[in-house]
Ligand binder design. Sequence first.
Ligand code: GDP
Ligand code: MG
Length: 446
Amino acid sequence: LGKSLTKAISSLSTSLTIDEKVLDECLKEICKALLQADVNVKQVSGLRNGIKKRVNIEQLAAGLNKQKVIEKAVFDELCDMLDSGVDPKKVELKKGKDKTSVVMFVGLQGSGKTTTCTKYAYYHKKKGWKPCLVCADTFRAGAFDQLKQNSTKAQIPFYGSYTESDPAVIAQQGVQRFREEGRDLIIVDTSGRHKQEAALFEEMRQVAAAVQPDLVIFVMDGSIGQAAFDQAKAFKDSVEVGAVIITKMDGHAKGGGALSAVSATHSPIIFLGTGEHMDQFESFETKRFVQRLLGRGDVSGLMEKIQDVIPEDKQPEMIENITKGNMSMRVMKDMFESVLEMGPMSQMMSMIPGFNSDLLPQGNDKNSQLMIKRYITIIESMTEKELDSTNIKMLQEQSRILRLARGSGRAPQEVVALLEAYKHYTKYASQALKAANLPKNMKNMK
Ligand code: GDP
Ligand code: MG
């Protein structure tokens, strides 16, 4: 999306006069790009009108940066469409004395309900809740075993049955049992079926009636494309959906379906699933999501680092250098340090396309942290000139590699590996900055 959008918008900059017609042409291209990102057909026409309202032709003609004005209109309009009108804080669970929250998960089979139930439970467990899981999926063979396995791994109590076939009965029993045990968060996993069919929705109504959930969460696969709206609507029509979680955002999902889910359910998105593991679960942030949707990647982490280590008057030059693919070892070292300090690279930088590379230590396990520490040691043995240099060829000189290895007490192969990672990193940082289309002036950045 990012590229086609940029192309559509830059076509504006090349036209000599800006009038309705030129703008309409540009909007047409933007709409095409949004459709390709799986934004619902009906919503796209709404978006088009919304964007048009935000763009002031006279302002454009007056020589303001056209690209910026339109980009901002697109960005703001997308943010608005992701606003369900319900404050996400409202669906955040609140603890109360002697209070038990019951949360029911619904969604089609394969959307990621069972996985997400555990993630949601684990997330709350880390926050001091006493969660537990109830398996009310009697439709799929093995559903209970899957939940059991997940729960055991997360050390969370679970309830289910191999013999009872009525999901409403199991759900009711499980909730009652855990209420008696004084659990404060009871999560009910349900079945899904492959298709939206009457029997499924009747079952959801029955389970909901049996457990009286405080919150129903609709789980949607981020990659389902144009089917998103009808699917979300069908669930909303049968049970009182109050929040949405979009899964598989780590894959090829373009994410446009998220807009459909919000408009069909009138509910906020609260989390994103970004992998199969328990901790691959992010709180939803609208701006971040729209940036990702627009293909800009998340360069704010990198930007903050630059602002921390580079004197203000040098920053524009630095940005330009990085964009051109020239980044100094000094900045690299600081990035490494922040990974050690602030957590895995995969979290901080995961939105930069292609960044999750094996070449770069991600900092999410002991070995990779150790590797980063060694890299830092090597960088610390560099001269000022080497630290500020952006000349990879110079850094790769054999005698220099040997000297750095001696100076840091590391093996020459490690120096070579560091330089490879550095090369790789500068390439992606450059791509990310180019895609982000940042203003030259850093002060206007945030
Ligand atoms: P359910 O049928 O709705 O309960 O879906 P499951 O929880 O069984 O998930 C279906 C498949 O999707 C499983 O293989 C999960 O590991 C996978 N899955 C779930 N969430 C995510 C996610 O966020 N990212 C990725 N890559 N896979 C996921
Ligand atoms: Mg399941």
